[in-house]
Design a protein around this ligand. Structure first.
Ligand code: MLT
Length: 267
């Protein structure tokens, strides 16, 4: 099913009476990065994806986004679909949203899957890099930024090993709107640090990171996992920063075991 709520494009697959999983995509991608996981889990779970504002088919507006607004959007998806106690699964920027959402309103969620993300906010160098990226988009256009950024997200062998997926992802991403991409950069640059609240996360949490993730490397993710009481941490072979796309077999197996162990199919 496809829905539009508050300018957000929302997609659901599976039986609404099954345990809900909400997948939140990374930057500068869209909901389709979770296609493989949705196809795998739609038989036993109610799978929800959506395009974060400014990206994919969601509303773009003036690009003045904040991480807080991204979290309000997530809450609005949950409320509009009348979802109870979902498992929240976020990759990278989707993980920033998930961590802030759980920090803000922990009682809403039953479990957490954090892929290739981090709790720390941007440091000074990170803020400068975001500013440079915005400048590059202003001067050279969004495609030039995407051409530089997307290859950094993948393991260096992925373009050859999974050429169709890589080219399709690249082509979709190049179509993103420059105002939306810059807005997401500003939202990430100005986001709150969630490190201090990791110790308060009491729901079962799965932490997955690509072995060759250059943006949120395994040591960063392992430190994060250590601070979350009920967490399980796995390194995903043959993957960079986009583990669910680069090694879906491994990622799906870990998610499936995590779901089976912690949740029943019924709500
Ligand atoms: C992402 O994959 O969402 C981005 O790499 C996040 C970031 O740039 O911090």
């Amino acid at each position: 099913m496809e829905y539009s709520f508050n300018g957000l494009k929302v997609f659901t697959k599976g039986n609404k009476n099954h345990k809900p999983i909400i997948f939140v995509h990374g930057f500068p991608y869209d909901h389709s990065m979770w296609d493989n996981q949705v196809d795998t889990f739609k038989g036993n779970y109610y799978c929800v994806t959506y395009d974060i504002r400014g990206l994919g088919k969601s509303y773009i507006g003036d690009g003045q986004y904040t991480m807080e607004a991204f979290v309000w959007d997530l809450f609005s998806v949950i409320d509009e679909l009348h979802i109870e106690n979902p498992v929240l699964c976020g990759l990278s920027m989707g993980g920033y949203i998930a961590l802030r959402a759980v920090e803000k309103e922990p009682e809403r969620f039953a479990g957490l899957v954090l892929c290739d993300t981090r709790p720390e906010s941007d440091n000074n160098d990170g803020k400068v890099a975001r500013s440079n990226a915005i400048d590059k988009i202003n001067v050279e256009g969004v495609e030039s930024f995407i051409n530089d950024f997307v290859p950094k997200c993948f393991h260096n062998k992925t373009p050859e090993r999974l050429n169709d997926m890589y080219e399709k992802t690249f082509a979709t991403t190049k179509k993103q709107n420059s105002v939306g991409v810059k807005g997401a950069l500003i939202a990430m640059l100005s986001r709150r640090d969630t490190t201090n609240s990791l110790k308060d996360i009491s729901i079962p949490t799965l932490v997955l990171v690509g072995k060759k993730d250059a943006l949120t490397p395994p040591d960063v993710m392992q430190e994060m996992a250590k601070k979350i009481k009920k967490s399980k941490y796995f390194v995903v072979p043959k993957a960079g920063h986009m583990a669910p796309l680069e090694n879906p077999e491994f990622v799906n197996e870990k998610i499936e075991k995590f779901l089976e162990k912690n949740f029943t199919n019924e709500k």
